[in-house]
Design a protein around this ligand. Sequence first.
Ligand SMILES: Nc1ncnc2c1ncn2[C@@H]1O[C@H](COP(=O)(O)OP(=O)(O)OP(=O)(O)O)[C@@H](O)[C@H]1O
Ligand SMILES: [Mg+2]
Length: 342
Amino acid sequence: MSSDRPTQHIIGEAPAFLEMLEHVSRAAPLNKSVLVVGERGTGKELIASRLHFLSKRWEQPLVKVNCAALTESILESELFGHEAGAFTGAARTHIGHFERADGGTLVLDELAMISLRMQEKILRVIEYGELQRVGGSETISVDVRIAGSTNSDLQALTKEGRFREDLLDRLAFDVITIPPLRERVEDILPLAYAFAMNMVSELDLPLFPGFGVRASSALLRHDWPGNVRELKNAVERSVYRLKDKSRQITEIAFDPFDSPYRLRESRRPVSEAPDPAAAGHRHVLPVNLSDRMKSLEKDLVDAALRRAKFNQRVAADLLGLTYHQLRGKIRKHELDVRKPAS
Ligand SMILES: Nc1ncnc2c1ncn2[C@@H]1O[C@H](COP(=O)(O)OP(=O)(O)OP(=O)(O)O)[C@@H](O)[C@H]1O
Ligand SMILES: [Mg+2]
């Protein structure tokens, strides 16, 4: 439940990512609770650890608890500990995570899943720095800094009465929001190479021949709803599935379930299968095809530029074009290539 890996390398140089790291460095030395929020797989656990290792508490314990994985009563005795005989099966005294993290940092991962009763108990520890083990009467003082992490909208949960506002106020002295991977396209290939190299060394392969143009462009074009974890899995899967390990990767194995025989939840009877010819009804005809193609091209180039935060090399990759081809299309459609002032 707790892991200490101060050396884990964080990769990312996109402006939005560097700004977030800067925020971490500023918040880390304070003795205040900080929330780390972001979509699934964005690196919340990694950033919560960084908060600890950049703080004055870095030599003290870092303890992590996944609040979503435990039932209320187990979470209670994991967090606060219990005395021997507190309940059936409690043979020995158990020291909880708050006590273990004394002097250091306690990461409450998936914090939105904590029940209202546990939230109240946590609030009291934050408020008074004191707790009692389950079944105990002794008051124990602790000095713990809390870093919470979640991919839920805690403010919305407080409005619905599912998260205590007073606890949120205390936990969120500041909030670090990790940008999703699709907002930092520049980081995709450096992360992909790092994950591929790790897999190559795990497989004891002599070298990594790299990603082919098609594979790189597929990596850049993908939307990454599962963010860095999804990228890591897709890259590692692609490396290990490679039949000829001396050749470049040409295909990315995005979906491990992909198979001609894959199971589907509901199979339509053949008679109900959509008629491909009927798809034509979605389009209004007649149409001027060349005007339509021109406008589609303009929209796509514009979308790629925005997605790439106006980095033209990245935008060219997103469209499978060379830099010079992209420049030609920008001129042709007289597109604005300046980043709008924010
Ligand atoms: N910037 C990064 N550099 C290197 N590795 C990263 C980076 N961000 C995330 N990872 C890796 O991606 C994986 C997912 O990260 P992590 O578990 O911290 O995400 P998370 O936001 O906590 O995910 P979840 O929402 O599913 O709990 C881990 O293997 C982590 O090491
Ligand atoms: Mg996590």
